[in-house]
Design a protein. Structure first.
Length: 588
């Protein structure tokens, strides 16, 4: 109603004469500098189809007012989820979540890449928005209706900022720890911890929300998660923005689909630290995982419906169907219990239904124990966060399956994959299983698996972990673990995979009240928080010299194009050790 409509953006206020239209369009085109993603953004403000202003990234809000009424319209993550538009015409405000001028993603089929799509780009994606079956996409719009009096450009800009930076609360993390509500070995961020390793570990979390928390590295400066993404990732030219990408992380094989549960680690990081920047990134990851990162198909003929999309593929998992070996539910569960997000609960229940259709009790014993390990972990989370008692029962049956295979193999604490030549196992996968089994025991109180888990922890500690004898910290060889293991022939030393061993032996120390397990985990933790990028067997270091430490950065020179996995593992597998150290120190 009313006359003389005024449209106000953060740039200016414009009065529309009779019949005129207003539109703002958010666009993106790569510039010649592929290391500067933000430079590729541009928006156009148009009146009657002609540009009246051109800028970079539009904050996502306009106010439309007449002499009698008005409304301010804001779209959360407007430019980040390009293309987007807001149009005013004929007395209406239209939000273009998928505006007429856009298209894509230009899908190249399974195994396709942007440079060599096979069997060829889907023609329907060239002029229309191709939206695969099973995907969700959620947008958040805010409408502030008001009486007469147009908002100023400054007020509209402030409104857009509030839409994109909502107030958020968190539970007191001390109460969370005391209640054991998460079912995890959770401990709050403690400023008074004097251990250098603890402070360094906490900074790994904080660089995900603040570039300034990172160490400065040559030619690149301080690179946290934000700068890493805005630089087009390690080699430039990788696009972390757009409605189908935003919230995911590009890596060596396209997009990682947030492998190893980035949303879970980030949400725990916010709960521990209260760092708003960490929350700001966590909520985008949680939204991607909930919506675009899972197969929401309801077709009963599609066995992997409900599964998380696979970690490889330039179109978010198009490399493979979903598998238990690459499926995580913790982030969904936390997004539900921390913020009441019902869609995350719905997605979580879908995901657990998939796990139950392919339960760990049916594991063949082949191709790695992470398969039942992650499934058991997810089932325990379903019990802890969704109240699913049947899921906990299934988790126990999964532990029993591995135990039975271990007993049949001689009760040596491991099970060998007979499909390998020679028969072998990957200790880091066994770490994943062991952690999940410990979580099952903690959640259920079922102690029948203690002898089996004690055999397993002894093997992990004594056969899979190498702690060099060090006489001087000024010339110390660093500990490592074996990437692969077969009796009498361990193969390939790894430093990075100390992280899951730290988590496994920390759980073991707590479960069996064993200071020896904690001592080994502590040596690994002290080493990895300082030398997390240093290759195994690379010679002695002067551990007394802080200049020899690996920088805390998202641009990890030791893991080019695999930063999402390397840093994701640090976040996933380091936190429980702080809890166990505090427990043994008597400070919980």
């Amino acid at each position: 109603g009313g006359t003389a409509p005024k449209v106000t953006s953060n740039v200016a206020q414009r009065t529309l004469t009779s019949g005129q239209t207003y539109e703002v369009r958010q666009l993106f085109n790569w510039t010649s500098d592929l290391s500067d993603v933000l430079a590729g953004f541009s928006f156009q403000e148009k009146v009657n189809g002609s540009n009246v202003h051109v800028g970079g990234r539009f904050p996502g809000a306009v106010d439309v007012s007449t002499s009698t009424v008005g409304v301010t319209v804001g779209v959360d993550r407007f430019w980040q989820s390009f293309p987007k538009s807001i149009k005013v015409e004929g007395g209406s405000v239209k939000v273009g979540l998928w505006p007429e001028y856009g298209s894509g993603p230009q899908f190249g089929g399974q195994y396709g890449t942007p440079t060599a799509p096979l069997p060829g780009v889907d023609a329907q994606s060239l002029n229309d928005y191709r939206f695969e079956g099973g995907r969700w996409k959620t947008h958040r719009m805010v409408f502030d209706f008001h009486a007469s009096g147009a908002r100023t450009a400054a007020q509209t800009a402030s409104f857009a900022e509030r839409v994109n930076a909502p107030i958020v609360g968190r539970a007191d993390p001390v109460k969370v720890r005391q209640s054991m509500a998460t079912g995890l070995l959770f401990v709050e961020d403690r400023d008074y911890w004097n251990f250098d390793s603890f402070k360094r570990y906490q900074r790994f979390v904080k660089i995900m929300g603040d570039d300034n928390e990172a160490d400065s590295i040559a030619t690149h400066g301080k690179v946290g998660l934000k700068k890493f993404l805005d630089s087009g990732c390690v080699n430039g030219g990788q696009q972390p923005y757009g409605w189908e990408n935003y919230g995911d992380i590009p890596w060596a094989d396209g997009y990682c689909d947030l492998h190893y549960d980035w949303p879970g680690s980030m949400l725990l990081g916010f709960l521990k630290t209260g760092h708003y920047g960490v929350y700001d990134r966590a909520r985008d990851m949680a939204a991607f995982r909930r919506d675009y990162g899972q197969n929401h198909s309801t077709d009963a003929a599609e066995f992997w419906r409900g599964a998380q999309f696979y970690e490889k593929g330039w179109w978010h998992g198009n490399y493979s169907s979903g598998l238990n070996s690459h499926n995580w539910v913790l982030g969904l569960a936390l997004n539900y219990v921390m913020f009441g997000d019902e869609a995350s609960r719905e997605a979580g229940l879908e995901n657990i239904a998939y796990v139950k259709r392919d339960p760990p009790k049916t594991w063949s014993g082949m191709w790695g124990s992470r398969i039942p390990g992650w499934a058991i972990d997810n089932l325990v989370h379903a019990h802890n966060f969704f109240g699913d008692a049947a899921a906990l029962t299934e988790a126990g049956l999964g532990v029993a399956r591995f135990r039975d295979l271990e007993v049949a193999g001689g009760m040596n604490g491991y099970h060998l994959n007979t499909g390998a030549n020679p028969p072998s196992t990957d200790p880091w996968m066994d770490n994943i299983f062991f952690i999940a089994a410990c979580r099952y025991v903690i959640a259920s109180g079922d102690t029948q698996y203690h002898p089996f888990l004690q055999r397993m922890r002894t093997w992990l500690k004594t056969s899979c972990t190498v702690i060099p004898t060090t006489t001087s910290l000024a010339s110390a060889n660093l500990p490592y673990v074996w990437y692969m293991w077969s009796p009498g022939a361990p193969n390939t030393a790894s430093s990075h995979l100390c992280w899951p061993m730290i988590d496994a032996l920390s759980h073991s120390a707590l479960l069996f009240n064993d200071a020896g397990d904690l001592a080994v985990a502590s040596v690994l933790f002290e080493s990895m928080t300082r030398y997390w990028q240093r290759p195994a067997l690379s010679g002695p270091v002067n551990a007394l010299n802080t200049a020899t430490y690996s920088p805390i950065t998202m641009r990890a020179t030791g893991y080019p194009t695999s930063e999402s996995k390397a840093l994701g593992n640090v976040l996933l597998w380091g936190g429980s050790h702080l809890f166990v150290r505090a427990y043994f120190d008597g400070t919980l």
